[in-house]
Each structure stands twice: as C-alpha cells, then as structure tokens.
Write a protein that binds this ligand. Structure first.
Ligand SMILES: Cc1cc2nc3c(=O)[nH]c(=O)nc-3n(C[C@H](O)[C@H](O)[C@H](O)COP(=O)(O)OP(=O)(O)OC[C@H]3O[C@@H](n4cnc5c(N)ncnc54)[C@H](O)[C@@H]3O)c2cc1C
Length: 292
C-alpha cells in the first residue's frame, strides 16, 4: 500500500487539523457497521483517523484489520495505536516492521492500561514500563515514523503530581514524539493551563485537544471516573435536564463540544481530535456547525 503522509507534515501546513478516533469492533457485524460510519465520515474529510489498540491485549488483530480497511477502502490517513501491554521488545519490533510495511507512517505510541482487575502495570522481563521506551524503539527502528503520544491536562491518574507527569511527557517528546493528543476534557481553561505548563517545560510539539461529544450522562460519568477528567457541574446539569431522552442528551453533548472547539481554535489550538465512539452523527454535526 502507498505510504501515508506523516502527520507532522500536515501540522507544518499551519491549518487546523481534524482527526477522528475509531475503536476496533469485537465482531464482523461491528466491522460492517464501522464501514457505514466511515463512509458517512468520508464526507467531512478528516485529516487523519486513529484506531485504538485493544486495552489489556484484546482486539489487537482487529486494530490491524480496521486500520487496513480505513486506509485501503476509504483512503484515510490512518494512525494505528500501539501499546506496550503484554509485549516484549521483540514483539514490538516485529509489530513496528509490519505496520511500516503496510504503509502506515504514523503511530500513537502508548504504554497502555493494565489488564482488567490488575492495578499495577505488569512489565514483562524484556518488556517496557513506560511509553517513552516505545517511542525510542519506534524511532530507532523506523526513523520516518511520525509518533503521537498521550498527554493528560488533568494529570495521568497514576502520576503523583502534574509536575511529575509533565517531566515524563517531556521524556516522550525528547525520545522522538512529534505531537501530543490530550485525554478528553470539558473545560478549555484546563487545556490552556496545560499547554502553558508544557511550553514552560520546554515541550514545543503541537498539542491536540481531545474532545468527546457526550452521548449519555451515565456513560460519561463512567469514562471520567476512569480517566480522571472533570465533568463540569454546568454540563452535568444540562445533561440531567435531558434526562432519559437520548436525542436531547446527544444535542447537549454536541452543543458543548461545539463551544469548546470554537474556543480552542480561536485560542491557538492546532486542530482537534474527536473521540467519536464509532458514531458518525456527532462528528458530522460538529463539522457542519464549525464550517458554518
Ligand atoms: C489520546 C489517547 C489515546 C489512547 N489510546 C489508547 C489505546 O489505543 N489503547 C489503550 O489501551 N489505551 C489507550 N489510552 C490510554 C493509555 O494507555 C493510558 O492512559 C495509560 O495508563 C498510560 O499510557 P501512556 O502512554 O500515557 O503512558 P506513560 O507515558 O508511560 O505514562 C504512564 C504513567 O507513568 C508515568 N511515567 C512515565 N514515565 C515515567 C518514568 N520514567 N518514571 C516514573 N513514572 C513515569 C506517567 O507520569 C504516568 O503516570 C489512550 C490515552 C490517550 C490520552
């Protein structure tokens, strides 16, 4: 397959980049549904799409399958995610070579979360403890990989402080990361403070805000509890008004995300990354609203 354009080159063009995150469905019916979603999203012309890597070792082959599908059938520039979970150095080298041979030139390099029910990150004898090690391996192996890494405006849940987390984020960038995509957040002030602190730390790469258009109050309460992001009281109150009406709930979520993105782009964000949960509606509505 033709090699993708490195995303760093797209950032260098100076326009706002729009990207979308897919997760690999568990079964073939899910893959069929994803094709329908991808077809709908082709109209909005994202600059690139990413495909998550199964948490705790699940759905990994599907990441490769879905990445190939989105690149081959839909012509998207695809950034597969890769994590260190359950992999030894040799596995990661092999995976890096496969990804490169398939024409992908962008990878989101992550440590990953511990498998379900395990609190401490399990490191294999010849495995990695931190994402910075994966970044270094990928850059050494294929210097023309463009690498994204994760950043946490409200700090990573395991980090003792934001300062410590920023020191570790800087290590990922020093190891070769080309840009940062943030964990989801709902208050732009959190992102602005984070960017300021990153710059003070000497982190100069683009920092892409990760935005999730909320679909349901229950679901977002669960997500934010897991990832440590704050759900503003004002957003919660609006979602509570929508109560059990999913359509209204979704409208509230899109409206909030629309305001967030308008503010972010007006205040220097290099673009935005949407956590779309494999649904087209929110991304299309946002795209239409932002182009208006
Ligand atoms: C944009 C984005 C995409 C994601 N995609 C996926 C996915 O596809 N699959 C998946 O399973 N998960 C995904 N995650 C979740 C991610 O894997 C978890 O948040 C994971 O717990 C940390 O991964 P990391 O790459 O940020 O790890 P790291 O950067 O390694 O950081 C993990 C923790 O270790 C600390 N740390 C780092 N280096 C050091 C050091 N040298 N010494 C001491 N402490 C250190 C950090 O401060 C942090 O607390 C994603 C998260 C984001 C924001």
């Amino acid at each position: 397959m033709n090699p993708d354009r490195p995303i760093a080159e797209l950032f260098a063009c100076g326009r706002h980049l729009r990207s979308l995150e897919f997760f690999p469905p568990k079964d073939d019916a899910g893959v069929a549904a994803l094709r329908v979603t991808a077809e709908a999203l082709r109209r909005m012309g994202p600059d690139f799409v990413s495909v998550t890597y199964g948490a705790g070792g699940t759905t990994r082959d599907r990441t490769a399958q879905v990445s190939a599908l989105l690149k081959g059938e839909f012509g998207f520039t695809v950034m597969p995610h890769l994590t260190c979970v359950g992999h030894k150095r040799g596995d990661l080298e092999e995976l890096a070579d496969q990804i490169h041979a398939q024409g992908f030139r962008n990878i989101m390099a992550l440590r990953g979360d511990p498998p379900k029910g395990v609190t401490e990150f399990p490191v294999l004898p010849d495995g990695f403890r931190h994402a910075a090690e994966l970044v270094a391996l990928l850059k050494r192996r294929h210097p023309n990989f463009c690498l994204g890494v994760a950043g946490y405006p409200e700090k990573h849940p395991e980090a003792p402080s934001l300062e410590a987390d920023l020191t570790h984020l800087k290590r990922k960038v020093d190891a070769g990361a080309d840009f940062i995509t943030t964990q989801l957040f709902f208050d732009n002030a959190v992102y602005y403070r984070f960017v300021e602190r990153c710059r003070a730390e000497g982190i100069t790469v683009p920092i892409v805000p990760g935005i999730m258009p909320v679909l349901s109050l229950k679901q977002i309460q669960r997500f934010t509890q897991l990832c440590g992001s704050t759900l503003p009281a004002q957003l919660t109150a609006r979602l509570e008004v929508a109560a059990d009406n999913p359509d209204v709930m979704e409208m509230v979520g899109i409206d909030w995300a629309l305001h967030q993105i308008r503010g972010l782009l007006a205040n220097g964000a290099p673009g935005y990354h949407l956590y779309i949960l494999n649904r087209a509606g929110g991304a299309l509505a946002l795209s239409a609203g932002l182009d208006a």
